[in-house]
Design a protein around this ligand. Structure first.
Ligand SMILES: Cc1ncc(COP(=O)(O)O)c(C=O)c1O
Length: 399
């Protein structure tokens, strides 16, 4: 699908890139949009009164509208640009939850969350005595029944990835969103592994806060999005203060913030990055997120059918419908497998994938992860299978 749009595959046709969960390749149009900004209309945003600065403002604010469309939201001011999903979640926890939770309040997460959706909560728990509880997983999955069992009158937040980054399981977000709404619980969704791969509708899903990163969806690094309902963002205390976010201040310490979303975007933003994100969104919407999802699921099914015939392979998420495969070659350290595959120009991720406590659920510390995207092909999978089939050579290569 659209492989010719990516310069990297033209320059290196033998590259097999299966690490899209970590970051994706960038189509030429995205890179061009960034170069255009730097070569044709560089100026700061929201500060100038001359032509190119107005062009920058229009481009930058135009991307806000594109993000709004992407997640099916109604208001652009509910979209805040950050440096990535990690920054977005930290803003939610330390800018909002810190001032709206009290000691003894409970936050529900799971052991398969990314570090970015665990550590800020643990830190806040240490600081102010909130309690972090883990929803038990059922065969690695979150079920609405288990979520319901964990909810009580002290539950104030449920914070989950829509799709996890190791097994790629999708959570019943719509049902959990409804449960949260009915019980006055804040619903935080980490969309890092879902927004790039599927249609998402924040209104329909009753999501209060959503976080995701541009670089996992064909865009540049260093840019992300924080979506939040207006009344919540209005009450999110800026965790960063400076230029661009204040309307006025005086020497007595009186500060008046600007209205949303500027009050949460202090300092010069990553203008080039935001423009690149806009171009990535155009590209994704043109291909169609449903088509992307369908393509990835088809690749996964094709791969599983072939991989499971390899005698010494262990696959941890065979039946989960998505574009991710977590596996190990029996008795081989996952990083050795990755180094072996690298020898054949195949990029996979090995390790704990920043989900360091998932091992308590899947009983294995490290895995290899294949994560597909729109440009991956069945031919690449055939090559992976061919290489893994002869993996008895693995130690000759990695040692
Ligand atoms: C589920 C999930 N959440 C959060 C993140 C953090 O994203 P970033 O490093 O872009 O802030 C990742 C990145 O791998 C992820 O997979």
């Amino acid at each position: 699908m659209n492989r010719e749009d990516f310069e990297i595959f033209k320059q290196d046709p033998s590259l097999i890139y299966f690490d899209n969960g970590a970051t994706t390749q960038k189509p030429k149009v995205v890179v061009d949009s960034i170069v255009d900004y730097y070569t044709k209309y560089t100026a700061n945003a929201h500060r100038g009164d001359y032509d190119i600065s107005l062009k920058v403002d229009m481009a930058y604010e135009g991307v806000r509208d594109k993000v709004k469309e992407l997640i099916h939201n109604k208001k652009s001011k509910e979209i805040v640009f950050t440096s990535g999903a990690t920054a977005s979640i930290n803003m939610i926890v330390f800018g909002f939850m810190k001032y709206h939770l009290t000691s003894g309040d409970e936050v529900l997460i799971t052991k398969s969350e990314h570090a970015s959706n665990i550590l800020p909560w643990i830190d806040l728990a240490k600081e102010m005595g909130i309690i972090v509880r883990y929803i038990p997983l059922e065969n690695h999955l979150v079920t609405i029944e288990n979520v319901e069992k964990m909810v009580n009158e002290r539950t104030k937040v449920i914070s989950l990835a829509q799709v996890t980054n190791v097994l790629g399981d999708e959570r019943p977000i719509e049902k959990i969103g409804k449960l949260c709404k009915e019980n006055g619980i804040y619903f935080v969704v980490d969309g890092s592994q879902s927004v790039p791969h599927m249609e998402i509708d924040v209104q329909k899903l009753n999501i209060d806060f959503l976080a995701f990163s541009a670089h996992k969806m064909l865009g540049p690094t260093g840019v992300g999005v924080l979506y939040g309902r207006e009344e919540l963002l209005e009450n999110l205390k800026p965790t960063s203060l400076g230029g661009g976010m204040n309307a006025t201040f005086d020497s007595e310490g009186r500060i008046e913030y600007k209205s949303l979303p500027s009050r949460l975007e202090a300092g010069t933003p990553n203008i080039a990055g935001v423009i690149g994100l806009g171009s990535a969104i155009d590209y994704l919407l043109k291909v169609g997120l449903n088509n992307i999802h369908r393509h990835e699921v088809e690749l996964k099914k094709y791969a599983i059918q072939k991989l499971e015939k390899i005698p010494n392979i262990v696959i941890y998420n065979k039946d989960i419908e998505n574009g991710m495969i977590a596996f190990n070659i029996d008795k081989v350290f996952s990083q050795d497998t990755a180094v072996y595959l690298n020898h054949y120009h195949i990029c996979v991720r090995a390790g704990n994938h920043c989900a360091k406590i998932l091992k308590e659920d899947i009983q294995v510390k490290n895995t290899c992860r294949i994560s597909f995207y729109l440009y991956n092909t069945k031919e690449e999978i055939d090559e992976l299978v061919r290489v893994l089939e002869q993996s008895e050579d693995i130690f000759k290569i990695v040692l």
